[in-house]
Design a protein around this ligand. Structure first.
Ligand code: GAL
Length: 378
């Protein structure tokens, strides 16, 4: 499947880990529709690790769902998810066991791809735990990709090898639609900041076809669930979501959508930020000004329709202060007679035309994001 925009959806891992069930998946599917998340673009509902029994069926060798969690089997869950207009995602692993010690797909790739097709699966997250030492990781991703391409269903491959083995150099050639580039996120500012900064040199490899997945969002978790850590403030969640959008990362929500709070819902359905994330041209951002070892950077990204996205970040812990760049630095010299009409991406407010320079001040952990339209200078 050709993935032309960063995939959007929900994944069970961040909040639920092994506490997944038929009931909570159906309730989540309902919530995604009722709360307008599907309408905003979140169309994949993905079940992560811990859905199967601990061992394969001894007769068929197939992975089998845990009947305590999924008493009606996976096809029934998938049918329900599809009946809501959503797409259904599942999880397996390139190694012999999954990270939580359930059967992995190593040496069972074609059998498992056929099983996922029987379930009506549209998306497969494919992890990297318990990979035999001498197995070639790239070949394992090629193999599952070929198995999925042979199974009779269009299934998006979501690779998850945490950035090992220089994955950005070869993953696109496997046919995967997205690839995890880092270790696991937890619900704290430091966690998402470090993950984001670790990928600054690699976002140029993220483009239509295969997007750099910097992990499921913790936005709105409010320090509850599996990856709870120190938790984040509203300002920090805003920064997390905006960074993911600015860098065209897949937007996989990780909080409990059945009880998502209003502030989180408003943030994750923000049409300006989603428009940046999903921009059809898929160009990478560039650093306009680097500051404090990437803690106070200004980024710009060329968008479709003669627009740009501009982001100011203050990822320091305790410094507030002015940040500024001249339009010349993004290729709009005064002599061009051109300027930028800015819209605040968080509020939607039209801020009018800025000529020559853009300047503002940010508190620690905060950010500002603008959609800028090329306009005539005043
Ligand atoms: C990790 C992966 C997580 C989650 C977990 C399940 O390897 O990075 O996102 O899938 O395994 O056990």
């Amino acid at each position: 499947m050709f993935v032309n925009k960063p995939p959007m959806g929900f994944n069970t891992w961040n909040t639920f880990a092994e506490n997944i069930s038929d009931e909570m998946i159906r309730e989540t599917a309902d919530a995604m529709v009722e709360k307008g998340l599907l309408a905003a673009g979140y169309n994949y509902l993905v079940i992560d690790d811990c859905w199967s029994k601990r061992q394969r069926d001894p007769e068929t060798d197939k992975i089998v769902p845990d009947e305590k969690k999924f008493p009606n089997g996976m096809k029934a869950v998938s049918d329900y998810v599809h009946s809501k207009g959503l797409k259904f995602g599942m999880y397996s692993c390139a190694g012999v066991r999954t990270c939580a010690d359930y059967p992995g797909s190593f040496a069972h790739e074609y059998l498992d791809a056929a099983t996922f097709a029987e379930y009506g699966c549209d998306f497969l997250k494919y992890d990297y735990c318990y990979k035999p030492k001498d197995a070639d990781g790239a070949l394992l991703y090629r193999k599952i990709s070929m198995a999925l391409r042979s199974c009779g269903r269009d299934i998006l491959l979501s690779a998850c090898n945490w950035g090992c083995d220089d994955v950005h150099k070869w993953i696109r050639s496997t046919g995967a639609g997205m690839y995890r580039s880092t270790g696991d996120i937890s619900d704290s500012f430091v966690s998402f900041r470090d993950i984001f900064v670790s990928q600054l040199d690699n976002f140029v490899y993220s483009a239509p076809g295969c997007f750099n997945d910097i992990d499921m969002l913790t936005v709105g978790m409010r320090n509850r669930g599996n990856v709870a850590a120190s938790g984040c403030t509203d300002v920090e969640y805003r920064t997390e979501f905006a960074l993911w959008c600015m860098f065209a990362a897949p937007l996989m929500l990780g909080c409990d959508l059945r009880c998502i709070d209003d502030a989180t819902l408003k943030l994750v359905t923000n049409p300006y930020l989603i428009r940046i994330d999903q921009d059809e041209e898929g160009h990478p951002p560039f650093i306009v000004r680097e500051g404090w070892n990437n803690m106070r950077n200004i980024y710009a990204r060329v968008l479709s329709d003669n627009e740009l996205a501009i982001m100011f970040t203050n990822l320091t812990d305790d410094y507030a202060g002015n940040m500024c760049f001249a339009l010349d630095e993004i290729g709009l010299p005064i002599s061009s007679g051109k300027a930028l009409r800015l819209t605040d991406a968080f509020s939607g407010e039209d801020l009018g035309v800025s000529s020559e320079r853009i300047q503002l001040s940010l508190e620690a952990h905060d950010c500002a994001v603008f959609i800028a339209k090329i306009a005539d200078a005043k």
